[in-house]
Design a protein around this ligand. Structure first.
Ligand code: CA
Ligand code: CA
Length: 393
């Protein structure tokens, strides 16, 4: 049974009065919402033979955290106890978010060699045991994103050859390497309603001028049931919306693989984009950018394109570090491996690492509770160590 939004809000509220560190199990009660614990200081995502941590998401209604480890999804409770996992991805599973309306988990899923890009949709409530097979357990469906394929495969130099998965080329429109950052939040044109926002990966390339924007696609997923197909054998279907409901550009300068983690902060109304810093000398190459949610997108020039082009432009919040020559604002921060807003001035910022286990390297992930201060260069402080001000307030 899925919680109504009101019930979810109530659960969050009630969680605030439950003593920190109290992890009472459901105890057989059908309605566990009053037992959702306060956000603990950290949530351990475990150590796994997998790729590195790519993203995190929280279901505040049920008190679960999800960790994406490239080819593995791990579900834990907020004490860090693993309660389920999904394995067997042959593509690249990236950033995650939970749809607050129904608790389903959305993740970006890339099959670059097959030139196919999907949103993976997990039924989180059915992830109840370890090592569930993504292809056969019936807990994952996928929706194909045609718009990403179009930009990824664009033969930009017109030589009749698509150069494939490489940064050293003029191909790939906007430098698109696929998708990674993903988050639910409001329509960027200010038209109301919730949208799934998907950020492009962007190849690092300092020799071209058309790759200096982050590209955000927005989708209204309320009618996506008709597109969803089982994961099956991977990149085997093209069922999905013909085009996004909105396409937006943020001028940051080139980065290495675009927005690693995207998160909407309901407290400030802004969007956070954590990136691997770029290398262009004309830009400051910060590691965190904040999109100003108070300014609806406006039509403007998409700079640096081979042919003059306009699009829907969204603005960076004019706070934090500022680079005069480019006009770019930002921060220096973590968040590239996971970034979750609790919508009250606090965030979980993920830390990734490795441990050796009998000669095998295991990948670790941990979500650490932090508080937004807006200070520079790093706007996050230890939770409780400083006064919350909301991202960008
Ligand atoms: Ca080409
Ligand atoms: Ca996210």
């Amino acid at each position: 049974m899925r919680s109504r939004p009101h019930a979810r809000f109530l659960a969050l509220f009630l969680s605030a009065v439950v003593a920190s560190g109290l992890f009472v199990a459901g105890g057989g009660g059908a309605h566990a919402r009053a037992r959702v614990p306060s956000p603990p200081a950290s949530v351990d995502g475990g150590a796994w033979k997998s790729g590195h941590l790519q993203g995190t998401a929280i279901d505040r209604s049920t008190g679960h955290m999800y960790f994406s480890f490239t080819d593995l999804l791990v579900k834990t409770d907020l004490a860090g106890r693993p309660v389920g996992s999904v394995t067997g991805f042959t593509g690249h599973l990236g950033d995650l978010d939970v749809d607050p309306r129904d608790g389903r988990v959305y993740g970006s899923l890339e099959y670059k060699a097959a030139q196919a890009f999907y949103i993976a949709v997990f039924d989180g409530s059915r992830i109840t045991r370890m090592n569930m097979d993504a292809r056969t357990a019936g807990v994952v469906s996928t929706v194909h994103l045609r718009e990403v394929v179009r930009d990824y495969t664009a033969d930009m130099d017109g030589d009749g050859v698509f150069d494939g998965d490489t940064a050293g080329t003029a191909d790939h429109r906007y430098g698109c390497s696929g998708i990674d950052g993903i988050a639910f939040g409001p329509d960027l044109e200010g038209r109301g309603g919730s949208r799934l926002t998907v950020a492009y990966g962007v190849y690092a390339n300092t020799a071209r001028t058309d790759n200096d924007h982050q590209v955000l696609l927005q989708y209204d997923v309320r009618d996506w049931a008709r597109y969803e197909r089982p994961l099956g054998e991977g990149a085997s279907h093209t069922s999905g919306p013909r085009s996004p409901d909105g396409k937006f550009f943020v001028y940051t300068g080139n980065t290495r693989y675009g927005v690693q983690n995207l998160e909407y902060d309901g407290y400030s109304g802004n969007w956070l984009m954590a990136v691997y810093r770029g290398g262009k000398a004309a830009f400051p190459n910060y590691s965190l950018y904040v999109v100003d949610g108070s300014k609806p997108a406006r039509r403007g020039v998409v700079r640096g394109q081979p042919r003059p082009e306009t699009g829907r432009i969204v603005s960076l919040l004019p706070r934090g570090l500022h680079h005069g020559p480019s006009g770019v604002y930002g921060y220096e921060s973590g968040g590239q491996y996971g970034l979750v807003s609790l919508d009250d001035g606090r965030f979980y910022v993920a830390e990734a690492g490795t441990v050796d286990s009998g000669g095998t390297t295991l990948q670790t992930g941990r979500a650490v509770l932090r508080r937004w201060t807006g200070a520079t260069p790093d706007p996050f402080a230890e939770a409780g160590a400083s006064t919350a001000s909301g991202a960008g307030r």
